[in-house]
Structure formats: C-alpha cells, structure tokens
Ligand binder design. Sequence first.
Ligand SMILES: O=P(O)(O)OC[C@@H](O)[C@@H](O)c1c[nH]c2ccccc12
Length: 252
Amino acid sequence: MLQQILEVKKEEITKLDREFEGQPNQKKVSLYEAIANSSRKPALIAEVKKASPSKGVIKEHYVPSEIAASYEQGGAAAISVLTDQRFFRGHAADLVAVKQMVSLPVLRKDFIIDKVQIRESAHIGADAILLIAAAMDPGKLHELYEYAREENLDCLVEVHSVEELEGVLNVFTPKLIGINNRDLRTFKTDVTHTEAIARHIPDGILTVSESGIKTAEDLTFLREHNIDAILVGETLMRASSPGKGIQLLYGE
Ligand SMILES: O=P(O)(O)OC[C@@H](O)[C@@H](O)c1c[nH]c2ccccc12
C-alpha cells in the first residue's frame, strides 16, 4: 500500500509549483512545546480525516475547520490534518482552513518525500510535518528533517518497527517520534505495539502513539507506559461529537 501511495506522490510532486512566495516569516507554533506543556497526559493530537484507504469514507459531513474548532474547545494540544487527496480525500486547503480557525499547532499529515512539499507545508500554514521512516532511507529522512527545521517546522518522525527506529537513531536524534500502531501490510492496529517499540526510545525524545486508539482503557495503558501524546483520528471522527469523543477517551 505504502509503495502505491508513494508512486502517486512522486507523480503529484512533479506538478507542484516549485516556488512558494509570501508568508516567509509566518510565526510557527511548536508541536513539541504543545505536547510537553499539555495539562492532559498523554497530550492529544486530534486528527481531521475524511477517509482512509482501509476504511473508505469515515465522515460524510466533513467541514475540517468546524471539527478542528471543536477539538480545540475539547482540550486537544494540537490538530493533525490529512492533506493527501487521492487516498485520504483531503486537501491542502483543509489545512489552510483549520489553521485560520485554531491557535493550536497544526500538523500536516501527508506523504512527504521531497523538499518542495516542505516548502509548500510552511507556506500553507503548517506548524509541523510528518516524516515516515518506511518511505525513505534514514539519510534522506535526516536531510528532510533538517530542511524542515530551517523552515521552522517541527517534525514527527514515524516508525513502525524497532529496525526503522534504530535506522533513524543511528543517523540522528529526532525530538519527536511517533509509533504507528497500524501495520501497513495488514492495516491491523494494536495499541500494545507502542510499548514494544517505546522501550527502545532513549529518554528526552517525546513519544507519540499513533492509530487505532479507541477506548479509555487504551489510554490508561499508554499513560502507564509514559507515552507523551496520542494521535487519534477515526475514533473522534465517528463520535457523536468531537468533544464527546475526547471526553469518552479521557474517561471524563
Ligand atoms: O484514525 P486513527 O486509527 O486514529 O489513526 C490516526 C493516524 O495515526 C493515522 O491517520 C496515520 C498514522 N500515520 C499515518 C501516515 C499517513 C496517513 C495517515 C496516518
């Protein structure tokens, strides 16, 4: 699946404008700080997502800015916005709309493999981007990471296995690491997967558990293992309201 997505991305990148003018000094809000300073533990990165390759359309009535505003009101520390069009039915414009609506840091969720996408992310108002270890070798990942830092963007470096994690740590030390609980070959999620990987992450790096987080029990498990943040999409998108979904998850 990932390979298929990356093929489409490479094609899309060739059509992206190479230059992005304007907003060069736009103030960025730190995702790292938002997680570190969150009063909720673990901190919540709430995701705005219409559809996914495994689930199809998740939410019919999809107004990203409205959903993000409810997340902010519900106490999220940051908002993640899926901007991939082909597989997740998102759009860069969704991020623009969300950024205008909230004051929280906004993470651009997409398949970023080229500097031009990083320049575009900074330009449309993202505060942070996702970099997926499975999508490139650690040297390339490091190069994009440094480039994003120059654009004042925080990076969430996503790994799924200990091998990927060690590959990254051999080259550099990211500030934020996301552990994807979803196995991209089978699409199955397993929250205990976070713990299996997190024990290999050195102190001082903030750890985010991503995908398949559904219940207050999941959250208790992650809290017990000192996970700093959770990234939740589908559970909140399917809740009767985003705010209610957050309350249920945090057992409030
Ligand atoms: O909807 P979920 O199961 O709560 O998952 C959210 C998020 O982790 C997931 O959307 C995700 C994690 N890594 C990604 C990489 C690309 C696209 C999407 C993702």
